[in-house]
Design a protein around this ligand. Structure first.
Ligand SMILES: C[S@@+](CC[C@H](N)C(=O)[O-])C[C@H]1O[C@@H](n2cnc3c(N)ncnc32)[C@H](O)[C@@H]1O
Length: 253
């Protein structure tokens, strides 16, 4: 098998979106909070719109903030005529943005919080609090930090799933690999695009996670004036414990 490394950026949002759109377990949770809180909603780190688009399709006005221009361009192309006037996309950094609106609901779904270095979290939390409307709710979800810290130090790649490449319809095999690095735990997603002539185009996306104990996270929320009103361990609102798949924190300003 000859592996070719793919470096062109336009492939990243497409493969990211196709892969992560397979994961929709959290969507009913976000939609329920959106119904309860009403809009406008602010999604921090909206990426390619896996969460933002269903919220807009459900009739909510959604602001999406992301620093990655390629992800936002991809998302902009997914917005339909029907939802266009309910979607506001902003390129910015979730540690330093300043929007004129205040929001009944601010979300940070998926893994984004976990990938902020500990020193960046305070700025992100402070910004989120400042953008909450009165009685507004800020919700962040992340992989269970307790489980992350127990991962084997130098994991081999593990096959996760596969999907059809949306352009070529060839299979794309997805594997993930976790490695301890000095600063935290590096997660790499390998996307192996299997070409009919036997070659494999590999694109790898890596991010570092900074797991932190729940009591430390709660302390940081408190320090910036966010009052935690709930914690969950999954998107069915089960309680959080050491084996929960996720850690979800619900806070008010
Ligand atoms: C794991 S993706 C999540 C995408 C989307 N929320 C979802 O649930 O599928 C993380 C996104 O956060 C964005 N991001 C990470 N750090 C950021 C920062 N400091 N400011 C703005 N966006 C950031 C990345 O560009 C990426 O699009």
């Amino acid at each position: 098998m000859r592996v070719i490394k793919v470096s062109e950026a336009p492939s990243i949002p497409l493969l990211y979106h196709t892969h992560h759109s397979l994961e929709a377990d959290d969507l009913p949770f976000w939609l329920a909070w959106a119904r309860q809180q009403g809009g406008p909603i602010l999604e921090l780190g909206c990426g390619t719109g896996r969460v933002l688009l269903p919220l807009a399709e459900a009739g909510h006005t959604v602001f999406g903030l992301d620093r990655d221009a390629a992800m936002l361009d991809f998302l902009r192309r997914q917005v339909t005529d029907e939802t266009r006037d309910r979607v506001v996309l902003v390129r910015g950094d979730l540690r330093s943005y300043c929007l004129a609106s205040r929001f009944p609901l601010v979300l940070m779904p998926c893994n984004t919080y976990s990938t902020l270095a500990l020193t960046e979290r305070r700025s992100a939390l402070t910004r989120a609090r400042l953008h909450l409307a009165p009685q507004g709710v800020f919700i962040v979800s992340m992989p269970n930090p307790g489980l992350l810290t127990e991962l084997p130090g130098d994991g081999e790649p593990e096959n996760e799933t596969s999907f059809q490449h949306p352009h070529t319809v060839n299979p794309v095999q997805v594997s993930s690999q976790w490695e301890q690095v000095d600063e935290g735990i590096q997660c790499s997603w390998h996307y192996d695009h299997l070409l009919p002539d036997g070659r494999v185009e590999r694109l790898t996306l890596s991010t570092i996670h900074y797991p932190q104990a729940l009591n430390e996270i709660l302390r940081e929320f408190k320090e910036v004036g966010l009052d935690v009103i709930g914690t969950f361990g999954d998107f069915e609102r089960g309680s959080y414990d050491i084996d929960s798949p996720s850690l979800i924190i619900v806070a008010q300003g």
